[in-house]
Design a binder for this molecule. Structure first.
Ligand code: GUN
Length: 302
């Protein structure tokens, strides 16, 4: 699909179609497992409290499990659950041989340590790829669960056969979930990868100066509309990870989802660009399903 704006053309990196193709492959693999008498992959999602965006994300993950034939279980906990209780619940799922993947939806209430919870999840069921063991193994190029958003972005680059070797990749945002692993992956000796990587963050003095040098620009800072046309090199590949709720009274939901990139002005300069919604978000869920399938097939931790 092409996005023609003001006579210029950027090709859309279409997360919707690509994620659907991945989901079709997963559904076929599940059907094969069941023909062989194996149980389908099983993902458990834990949700603490009722944070609006988390409710939406988890509902979407559960729905996607159903679409590919996975079993899923949503475990809900009140916001006042103690850290010890939550850690105990994680441990119980770790020990359940009928579960392949476990994720605890973030953010968590302030009284619960994200690090403690993340480290309690068994690395072999950590399909979010947040455990230090998985991040360390990924950094070394060893088999590991790769965090779903970076994994989804890699697959988008791969499915569109975009060259990456020798390119300058600039990642804006150093979150543990996206920016940090993304920067490591794009610098690995692999495809997609072999980039020269610059990781920008809140203390980087002149971000625009760096983004203008990017052949591949990955915006993952969670600030709607931060990347403007003058920050983008003509012909760059632009990946927008932002997915922020912004008030919008014209919508029934009362909000719209906004990316970190000003799509309308950046698309005419870019060679390829992801839309929001319909880009990276859908790829993230497809990648989570892939990790869960890999776990059930014992292909990461055999
Ligand atoms: N919160 C925002 N993104 C994510 C994600 O990918 N996984 C989990 N567990 N929580 C999130």
């Amino acid at each position: 699909m092409d996005q023609a704006i003001n006579g210029a053309t950027a090709r859309l990196l279409d997360g919707k179609t690509t994620a659907q193709a991945i989901k079709n492959d997963i559904a076929a693999a599940v059907a094969l497992m069941q023909e062989r008498g194996q149980r389908p992959p099983h993902l458990v999602a834990m949700l603490v409290g009722n944070h609006g965006a988390s409710e939406t994300y988890v509902a979407s993950k559960v729905k996607s499990c159903g679409e590919v034939g996975f079993q899923s279980t949503l475990l809900r906990y009140p916001p006042a659950i103690s850290e010890a209780e939550l850690l105990g619940a994680v441990q119980a799922v770790n020990e359940d041989p009928g579960v392949d993947g476990l994720l605890v939806q973030l953010p968590l209430p302030d009284h619960i340590s994200v690090e403690k919870v993340t480290e309690r999840i068994s690395p072999s069921k950590d399909v979010d790829g947040f455990h230090p063991v998985n991040i360390g193994r990924m950094a070394k190029g060893l088999p590991a669960f790769i965090s779903a958003t970076p994994f989804g972005i890699l697959q988008l680059l791969e499915r569109y056969q975009l060259p990456t070797a020798g390119k300058h990749c600039v990642v804006v945002g150093r979150s543990q979930i996206v920016g940090l692993p993304m920067s490591l992956l794009m610098g690995r000796n692999a495809y997609p990868g072999n980039c020269t990587v610059t990781l920008c963050h809140s203390k980087t003095p002149d971000i625009a100066e760096l983004t203008r040098q990017a052949d591949i620009l990955i915006a993952a800072l969670g600030k709607p509309g931060f990347i403007t046309a003058d920050m983008v090199k003509p012909g760059a590949v632009v990946i927008d990870v932002g997915l922020t709720r912004v008030d919008d009274a014209t919508r029934k939901s009362g909000f719209a989802l906004k990316g970190d990139v000003r799509f309308d002005e950046v698309a005419p300069r870019a060679s390829y660009i992801t839309p929001v919604p319909g880009g990276v978000g859908l790829m993230t869920i497809a990648a989570l399903l892939q990790n869960t399938l890999l776990s059930a097939q014992k292909k990461v931790y055999g």
